[in-house]
Design a protein around this ligand. Structure first.
Ligand code: ADP
Ligand code: MG
Length: 249
């Protein structure tokens, strides 16, 4: 589904990713881990075409995407959440989800943000569909509340609902469980598995090792921009290079 080929990203003198290669198979949950500054978010930014690699190539379902603008990549079926929340706090929950739907149908960011449905009928269909995504993450009873009134755990669920509303084939989750308590983290794990069971491939950056080890089919490990290991949770837990990178010895 996704092929990252020899990708390098430089920011001036900083090498954020160096010669990173891997593939992601359809219908899996794949984890991306590594110490702070390892280049995880940078890799996500390139896969979602926020900026291009310095060198290397990225293919999604056979199409080369690394030189495409983000608004053309999203409709191909790649959606994401951000490490720093990107919800619209003055909008209601359902309006936030509808922004996601507009990104999918209109490919116009301006149209999406202004919520301009082309007809009443279209608006009604989208409203009902948006409710289904809120239901999926368990926020439907709060649909009419302002996003700004939600606590962090629920904001992260809202981000997930909005990302799902773009109907992705590949969903990138950048630290979706950061700051969540133990119970919320467990619920998020279950939800991520439920997303995968609906046929969506999930690529997660996550610091919570229990979460990563329990839900991932495969884990890719970055350290200082380089891929140092790739394998099943079991293989990664016993990998010498990974242990060294994490313990800093
Ligand atoms: P991670 O998500 O693994 O913590 P990042 O991908 O955010 O790591 O960062 C990797 C490196 O690239 C860091 O040294 C960071 O400072 C640098 N970096 C990331 N984004 C930018 C940017 N837009 N401009 C300059 N440097 C950046
Ligand atoms: Mg990051």
């Amino acid at each position: 589904m996704l092929e990252v080929k020899s990708v390098t990203k430089k920011f001036g003198g900083v090498i954020a990713n160096q010669d990173v290669s891997f593939t992601i198979e359809e219908n899996q949950i794949v984890g991306l881990i590594g110490p702070n500054g390892a280049g995880k978010s940078t890799l996500f930014n390139m896969i979602s075409s926020i900026f291009p690699p310095t060198t290397g190539e990225i293919f999604f379902l056979g199409t080369r995407i690394d030189q495409m603008p983000a608004f053309k990549v999203a409709p191909l079926g790649i959606s994401r959440t951000f490490q720093n929340l990107q919800v619209f706090k003055n909008m209601t929950l359902i309006e936030n989800v509808m922004v996601g739907q507009h990104i999918q149908t209109k490919t116009s960011i301006l149209g999406a943000a202004l919520l301009l449905p082309s007809s009443r009928k279209e608006e009604k269909v989208m409203y009902e569909e948006a409710m289904k995504y809120l239901q999926f993450v368990g926020l439907d009873s709060l649909y009419n509340h302002k996003a700004g009134s939600l606590a962090l755990g629920k904001l992260r669920l809202l981000e997930l609902a909005r990302a799902l509303a773009t109907k992705p084939k590949l969903l990138l989750l950048d630290e979706i469980a950061a700051g969540l308590n133990h119970k919320e983290t467990q619920e998020m794990s279950e939800l991520i598995k439920k997303v995968r069971d609906t046929g969506v491939t999930v690529f997660v950056v996550e610091h919570d090792m229990d979460l990563v080890m329990s839900i991932c089919d495969k884990i890719i490990v970055l350290d200082q921009g380089m891929k140092i290991a790739e394998g099943t949770p079991k293989e990664i837990q016993t990998n010498e290079a990974v242990i060294t990178a994490y313990l800093g010895t």
